[in-house]
Design a protein around this ligand. Sequence first.
Ligand code: PMP
Length: 401
Amino acid sequence: METHAIDIYLDHAAATPVDARVLAAMLPYFTERFDNPSAPYARGRAAKQALEDARGRLARAIGAKPANVTLTAGATEANNLAFGCVDGPVAVSAIEHESIMAIVEAREHATIPVEPDGMVTPAAVQGALTPRTELVSIALANGEIGTVQPLRAISDVVRAERRRRLDAGEETPLYLHTDATQAAGLLHVDVSSTGADLVTLSAAKIYGPKQVGLLWARDGIALRPLVLGGGQEHGLRGGTENVAGAVGFACALELAIGERVEECKRLSALRDTMQRTLVERFPDAVVSGPRKEARRLPHLLHISFPGLEARRLVIALDRRGVSVGTGSACAASKMRTSRTLQAIGLDRSIADGSLRITLGRPTTEEQVRDAVDIIGDVVAAEYARVAAQHDWSEDRGNHHG
Ligand code: PMP
């Protein structure tokens, strides 16, 4: 790895470091407690017990029953498992994560439009429903611009349609799924208060291990096996269970919940300082996402510098030791205008100059101060370069004209 004198990581929506306490809880399951939970001797039974204890802790943390929690290799897999509960048409918001968009591309689907601040209104969900829709999927919080969705009100719309079908004697099922990956640890996630029938969570964004996640499904929802194998996870996902991962996930979720209120206060104060300072220095900068604090993820700043190219900014910042994202990591790696920014109607010339800055547990006040200075310098230098290029081409233009 390249080393910088400065190393400021501001991309916690893409990945979080494993918390030292989580790592300590996991370590014994890599070494002396390595056993296969299916093994027929005491050591195996202990591993099974550790797995089920972790499932129980995860369930308790989200107000669920352990039997309704399926452990998966991350949120992508949990989302795939969720969509297997029905075969019919689905409806998803225009700003869902790539893992959802990729699933629905192969199926009959409706895309639910969003407001300019990324909000999915209950009316928009209502407008997308047809008597044949079987699944609605809306992320609890968007990882790119930070919009927290009014999921409870959306679930009222879904429930009303379900009641209508029941009264009309129609048998088409209708479920609500929410990908709460970006919300966990920052918002209160209790499965019943979300109003959803299926909930996806990931350990990787809450200072737990990667490739560890879960799907919660309400009683009575029949899921289709995702990975065939030895019948683990109620036959839904075969393969020797990741006991260390499950233990780490449970530990990470409990820590995140315990520290959530204080940590969110700290993060939003730092984020607000960053936003204020950058907008003061660059009054043309555009901040996306909801204005209301309660509707916005507290650690996230999506800021666009009109006329600049995000890719150049990220490279320049990287050289100075500051790691930030452009849009979501997935969209960024493909270097195309983010679907989310198109969906909120952000002009291309603004969208192309967007940075997604996400603070996290290790972020300090000093880092934020340094990062603001460095971002300011880099943006100012880019504006100067663009202006010089513009002058140069105008000169040439005049010359030729
Ligand atoms: N859903 C959302 C909202 C995400 O942000 C991510 C990770 N970027 C995923 C799903 C995929 O998670 P995983 O990498 O655990 O499969």
